[in-house]
Design a protein around this ligand. Structure first.
Ligand code: NAD
Ligand code: MG
Length: 386
């Protein structure tokens, strides 16, 4: 039986790499559903190649174009955010790969969980915003989240065969991004172009900025906390510029397991699809002798304030990480539009977190309201930094 996969965000960096994985194993996987936000032409090409049952274009302005292009091909076409939530429930779907970016991933992920689908989770913002709620729903509907983020896939692989052995510490590795060795004075002047040049990974614009500011690593610590049920105090960030050790787990006897490999997202994507099996790939292999050395250093939270802000939000709990995420989405978008400087992103996030209403035990509606409030507050505070 081939696994039927729904890919939310098929036109993005993760989505297109997931389709490479599917194309390499036509005997194992079939695409049931593809979705995109704006890239109608690419979505149409993907649909013609992979012949899914259904496609969704989230931005309704492109609906007619996609419908007309696919009308002779027995592929259903829907549009709008609500359609995204409906397709994940379709009985034919086995696995939902959440590869869309940002808060928009939360609603369809919750719907997919309630429909008992296995989630291959790339959209880390879902767990940052509402990790507590999402984990409760996973338990309630007895389904599973398989991590796609390379660090979390690494931790997940280290934990194979370790049921019953508590985690003493997670060592979450970070490349350090393009500004690892820059001074604060230099970081104040970096441009959007500088920040978009990631040393080791080619990814979508939003996560590339989050990597440069290390908010990505703060998010990943929160993601790890929920995925593996460990307190933040047992998660240590370790800067490892080569991105070969994808993360490590330390056990109570002091033993440390790591998962290593060349930096290639197709590997964790495929592992989420084939778990618990491993299947052949022709991906590049790590060449350790050529690498010569692997290095590790502590992160600098004075220069990378977002990392501290993320740990502060996690310590506060409740809706604080939801506010953090919303403020960050506004800040990153402003930076990408050359409206604010690189370091001002942290100021804006800190100000928003100080001003937005705190909710200690949020439910879904509280998260929706809190996201909207924090975005509005961040947008109004933005004028201070223009
Ligand atoms: P991307 O910007 O390249 O692609 C995003 C995809 O989501 C596109 O297909 C876009 O059409 C769709 N999308 C965007 N906004 C949407 C909306 N409001 N409604 C519906 N669809 C929407 O992003 P990416 O780099 O592929 O990252 C996707 C997710 O995976 C992010 O949450 C990111 O943090 C996570 N992730 C990415 C990588 C990576 O290597 N790219 C690694 C780990 C985790
Ligand atoms: Mg990652």
């Amino acid at each position: 039986m081939k696994k039927q996969i729904a890919i939310l965000g098929s036109t993005g960096s993760i989505g297109t790499q997931a389709l490479e994985v599917v194309a390499a194993h036509p005997d194992l996987f079939e695409v049931y559903c593809l979705t995109a936000n704006n890239q109608a032409d690419l979505l149409i090409r993907q649909a013609l190649q992979f012949r899914p049952n259904t496609v969704v274009i989230a931005n309704e302005a492109h609906y007619e174009k996609v419908r007309d292009a696919l009308q002779d091909h027995d592929i259903k076409v829907f549009a709008g955010a609500s359609a995204l939530c409906e397709v994940v429930e379709m009985p034919g779907v086995d696995i939902v790969l959440t590869a869309m970016v940002g808060y928009a991933g939360l609603a369809p992920t919750l719907r997919a969980i309630a429909a008992h689908k296995t989630i291959a989770l790339a959209n880390k913002e879902t767990l940052v915003v509402a990790g507590d709620l999402v984990c409760r729903k996973v338990q309630e509907y007895k389904t599973a989240i398989l991590p796609v983020d390379s660090e979390h896939s690494a931790i997940f692989q280290c934990l194979a065969g370790e049921a019953g052995n508590p985690i003493e510490k997670i060592l979450l590795t970070a490349s350090g991004g393009p500004f690892r060795t820059k001074s604060l004075e230099e970081m104040a002047k970096v441009t959007r172009r500088d920040a978009l040049k990631h040393p080791n990974w080619s990814m979508g614009a939003k996560i590339t900025i989050d990597s440069a500011s290390m908010m990505n690593k703060g998010f990943e610590a929160i993601e790890a906390r929920w995925l593996f049920g460990v307190p933040m105090s047992r998660i240590e960030i370790l800067v490892h510029p080569q991105s070969i050790v994808h993360s490590m787990v330390q056990f109570r006897d002091g033993s440390v397991k790591a998962q290593l490999g060349a930096p290639d997202m197709r590997l964790p994507i495929q592992y989420a699809f084939t778990y618990p099996d491993r299947v052949e790939t022709d991906f590049p292999r790590a060449d350790f002798a050529a690498l010569g050395q692997l290095t590790f250093e502590r992160p600098d939270v004075q220069r990378f304030r977002n990392l501290q802000l993320a740990f502060d939000a996690a310590a506060r709990g409740g809706n604080a990480p939801c506010i953090l995420n919303a403020a960050n989405e506004v800040a990153v978008s402003a930076f990408l539009h050359d409206r604010i400087g690189f370091l001002a992103m942290s100021d804006l996030i800190a100000d928003t977190m100080a001003g937005a209403a705190f909710v200690e035990h949020p439910g879904y509606e509280d998260y929706v309201a809190s996201d909207a409030e924090a975005r509005q507050l961040a947008s109004s505070l933005l004028t201070k930094y223009l």
